[in-house]
Design a protein around this ligand. Sequence first.
Ligand code: UDP
Length: 321
Amino acid sequence: MAKERIVITGGAGFLGSHLCDKFINEGMEVICIDNLLTGNSANIEHLFGRDDFMFLQHDVTNYIHVPGRVDYILHFASPASPIDYLKLPIQTLKVGSLGTHKVLGLAKEKNAVFLLASTSEVYGDPEIHPQAEDYWGSVNPIGPRGVYDEAKRFAEALTMAYHRYHGLETRIVRIFNTFGPRMRLGDGRALPTFIVQALQNENLTVFGDGTQTRSFCFVEDQIEGIFKLLFSAENEPVNIGNPEEISINTLAREIIELTGSKSRIVHKELPVDDPKVRQPDITKAKTVLGWEPKFSREKGLRITIDYFRKVLQKHPTVNYL
Ligand code: UDP
């Protein structure tokens, strides 16, 4: 029997490349689409040459042509770290809006199940804590983060419209902070920045007083949650993340300890509209998908630190966008 075929946009990115591996391991044929703006071909080079893997370098805001049958589409293309979308505001808005429209069009044409990578950013700087899926969020549409938050909110609205109006089978995952191997060392987020700083014995730059909180999910747990959601019948958004919440100060201290670094913590100005708290309510994922995270933060951090060490040995200079 012919293999099932899955299209993964943003497939050369951090999460996208882990999804390429996951679905190849599940026996599917993977078509990875990426324009390599923030993605990196090094994340998928181990798949080149396989007959169950195809890479198309393409910007999904333009018409997408994929020959043959497609059974599933995962739409993960987008800049995703705050400094990326501050530097690429128009591309971020375009990929969330025009790009999502094109990818939904492809899903409708192929009658494929469509899954949107959404984000905890749809909750903005939340007034409700922890955040459950029925909270509508508190987003500043014209603030610097608005380009990402509003693009993803629009993408959710468009996905639900294709579901309700065209009867397309759709899924929406709201991804909370996730980390692990293949994160870009220079993507500017707190966790990779702190690991690089600690490994290079430089000061760790905590923004603001560091009491703001986040909840960090290891990539393997995240991928398993997305996998379960795809094969569920849930059309409405589902949070996937690790509910263990810590302050950014605590994260910085843990990374200094686990790397055995001599680095110290310094404080820098807090960016505009930086959310003060963030913690997923994962009741829905537990009840509907039977999913919950299994990796402790310590275990995930140890694996990630090992990966960062190896990358830094090969390329000691970190590239920022
Ligand atoms: N942050 C920090 N130092 C850095 C980068 C980020 O203290 O070098 C802070 C940032 O202001 C935020 C938190 O760490 O409060 C998490 O930021 P990140 O960029 O990882 O992603 P976010 O969760 O805000 O999307």
